[in-house]
Design a protein around this ligand. Structure first.
Ligand SMILES: Cc1cc2nc3c(=O)[nH]c(=O)nc-3n(C[C@H](O)[C@H](O)[C@H](O)COP(=O)(O)O)c2cc1C
Length: 185
């Protein structure tokens, strides 16, 4: 699959088949992640087995999010994919290794941007290998640290769920790029 086809046809996957993903396939996807741009090449990956604890945390966080936002549709959002997906990768950043933005902003964000770039590479790589994937963030960082035994200095930025897709996903429509672009001469 060429890069532009991968970009155009990737969709979030929220239903996975239980089929295992080969270790060398996972390694290929993680390698795509570490090749992303990063201020100090700092993100690390944890491959996760504690799926039930993660689902419990996501459920707790969803209840909190419904209370905070009043978004009733969130109550119908099922997260069984956290148990189904044969591979969950936690992408973990280090705020101390965030590049110059550590000195420019109140809070460093470069390390989070680097994690997001790595995640996008991983999503595209998974898709190019005919796997489904999801960028997942519905958790409290401090609780996820405890579940995954990640030190206080590091930040779990997102989970990436990966596996064979259960059913074809509908593409979320996008606006035409010209509607989203301001050209400055
Ligand atoms: C920063 C970020 C956080 C996200 N968190 C979640 C999440 O917690 N749960 C989820 O189901 N999807 C999550 N998504 C996926 C988006 O919902 C999805 O990308 C968007 O609806 C567009 O759909 P598509 O990926 O199929 O094109 C996240 C995406 C991004 C970029």
């Amino acid at each position: 699959m060429d890069l532009f086809s991968a970009i155009q046809t990737r969709t979030s996957c929220r239903q996975f088949l239980p089929d295992a993903v080969a270790k060398d396939t996972i390694a290929k996807i993680l390698d795509a992640g570490v090749r992303a741009p990063s201020p100090l090449a700092v993100h690390r990956h944890h491959i996760i087995r504690k799926k039930q604890a993660i689902l419990d945390e996501a459920d707790r966080c969803r209840t909190w999010a419904v209370e905070q936002s009043g978004w009733k549709w969130l109550t119908a959002y099922k997260m069984d994919f956290l148990l189904q997906a044969p591979v969950l990768v936690a992408v973990v950043g280090d705020p101390k290794k965030s590049g110059m933005d550590r000195f420019q902003e109140d809070r460093p964000v470069g390390y989070q941007l680097a994690c997001a770039a790595a995640i996008q590479n991983m999503l595209l790589a998974a898709h190019a290998l005919d796997l489904g994937s999801l960028f997942f963030t519905l958790f409290d960082k401090s609780r996820l640290r405890r579940i995954l035994d990640i030190s206080e200095e590091k930040t779990p930025v997102a989970l990436v769920c990966i596996g064979k897709p259960g059913e074809p996903q509908k593409a979320v429509p996008r606006k035409d790029v010209t509607e989203k672009t301001i050209y400055i001469d």
